[in-house]
Design a protein around this ligand. Structure first.
Ligand code: PDD
Length: 294
């Protein structure tokens, strides 16, 4: 099945989809994005993603490209036209628009709205529960990573370094030797005392939607949860470590740099949280009307 993209009002075959070379997303990374999982044709936690998109746009003073009602219709149509996959990712990007290159905001232009859908193998527990290694690297990003901007160069470089080091993710470290987050995920540890720790969602991290859901699930499971910063040294002494994100779900960590975490298998609390998160996704997929049948 061919992939259908959305570009500024038109549904087009992805290979024919185009934006202008003077789009400010291309020239200045002057834009924001969201990645939302699709399960059984249902966009998971869509309201939370749209809420964050609205907030990112507002922070950068980029206009909302179409009404929120229209945006929901386009989202549903994109899922439908791409075959309402059993599992996939929907990508939304909004840039300030197209104008002759000049740093200051141009006036009188419309934002660019682009969407794509990618179909992927359904997330099987047997695969999700496999632990991966992470490396630590200095956090080189600007001081507003809480905005989901398409300016991701330090994230790209960090992820590439992780791959080259045989790891899956890089955890970024601030000037006080505390972990901020992963290049495309939020970082978590579980202390020897069983405290579930993740950095507070201040301006130093993206407030992940998966992070928000997992915090809620952890509290519901009766775990002791602390939103506080933790150091690299503390992470290396943790009993369990994992990271969360739309693409990663709840991913156990077996190694931070050269330090093994646990016995290399998913730890009991991480496993509890992964299962709870999977149940959350499956329940939404089962209880919402798939977009294709609305
Ligand atoms: N990234 N932190 C960063 C820097 C991220 O890029 C992401 C997500 C997250 C997790 O957020 P969420 O739970 O809302 O997916 C945390 C997306 C998936 C990406 O860039 O592909």
């Amino acid at each position: 099945m061919s992939r259908i993209a959305y570009v500024n009002g038109a549904y087009v075959h992805q290979r024919a989809a185009r934006v202008h070379i003077e789009d400010r997303g291309f020239q200045f990374a002057d834009g924001v994005y969201e990645v939302c999982a699709i399960r059984r044709g249902v966009l998971i936690d869509m309201d939370l993603h749209l809420e964050r998109l609205a907030w990112s746009l507002d922070q950068l003073r980029i206009d909302v490209p179409v009404s929120w009602r229209a945006l929901r219709i386009i989202l549903a149509e994109m899922v439908r036209r791409n075959g309402a996959p059993a599992f996939g990712l929907l990508y939304i990007q909004v840039t300030r628009g197209t104008a002759p290159r000049n740093h200051a905001f141009p006036t009188g232009i419309a934002p660019t709205l682009v969407m794509t859908v990618r179909t992927l193998p359904a997330p099987a527990y047997a695969v999700l529960q496999r632990s991966v290694a992470v490396i630590t690297r200095p956090d080189l990003r600007w001081r507003r990573p809480d905005i989901k901007s398409v300016s991701l160069l330090p994230n790209v470089l960090g992820k590439q370094e992780a791959m080259e080091a045989g790891a899956y993710e890089a955890w970024l470290v601030d000037d006080e030797q505390r972990i901020t987050e992963g290049t495309a995920s939020n970082a978590w540890i579980i202390s020897r005392e069983g405290e579930v720790i993740t950095r507070p969602a201040d301006r130093s991290i993206l407030n992940g939607i998966t992070r928000r859901v997992v915090l809620r699930l952890a509290r519901r499971l009766g775990l002791v949860v602390s939103e506080r910063a933790f150091s690299v040294a503390e992470a290396k002494q943790a009993r369990e470590a994992f990271f969360t994100g739309t693409t990663a779900f709840v991913k156990p960590v077996s190694r931070i740099d050269d330090t093994a975490i646990g016995n290399g298998e998913i730890g009991p609390h991480t496993d509890e949280l992964l299962r709870a998160y999977l149940a959350h996704v499956e329940a939404q997929a089962a209880n919402s009307v798939p977009v294709a049948r609305r």
